[in-house]
Design a protein around this ligand. Sequence first.
Ligand SMILES: [Zn+2]
Length: 257
Amino acid sequence: MRWQVSTVLAVFTCMGMFSEARGQQKVEGGAQVLMLSGGQRNHHGYRRQAYLLQKLLEDTKQLQVTISEDAAILETPALAKYDLIVAMADRRDPEFRFTEGQQKALIQFVHDGKGLFSLHGFCCAEQHWRPEMRDMLGGVLSHVGTPDTKVKFGKYPLKIADSSHPITQGAKDFEHEDELYYELQTQGEPIKPLVSAVYEGKEWPVLWTREFGKGKVCVSVFGHCGVQAKSKDPLEHEPFQRLVVRGVLWTAGREGK
Ligand SMILES: [Zn+2]
């Protein structure tokens, strides 16, 4: 009997595994998303998060996602077929560091009218970044220069600072557990937060949009997915997930429905 139960469990486990294996979805007429991820690192579970976010975006039936971990694609003719980039990896790490050419290509891509959604670690500025990279994002984490950006895990009350924007329309204040970057270094047009986190009696911007040339940019400070297999991905938290999906739709020029 015991053997039978474990056999049944094994079968169910296998079935579960198959249902977890998700292929790319064909999204007819969908905006083409290049998801610039970063493989498996010792501090962020990028690959696991990329698969989850791919599914969330393709389930909107308005976005079709291609995942790339190598930024070399930025300097190839293939870049032209994409409408927006979702960048999620901290590119200060040696193997992910943008070359000068890759930075120029990304800056040009957005400036010419495409979209950029920056999730969590991507806004960690490498000290040799071109200044336009900082202009494009508006606020970055940096430990070089001032202020020295702080990092803190916690559960934060989030306030919808502007509910008139398509991304935040209908959203209510909520509590969210994640890794906060605060005291960001800012550049260019001041950040107008759509969502702020309350910490130490202050409100820190955690989601904002900006225009860069003809392009649309949306930055989410939150989105820390731990590297352990059991670590929770904040994208599983529905109110946060909704903001990210709508943010990506907005950068694609397709408002969230
Ligand atoms: Zn993190």
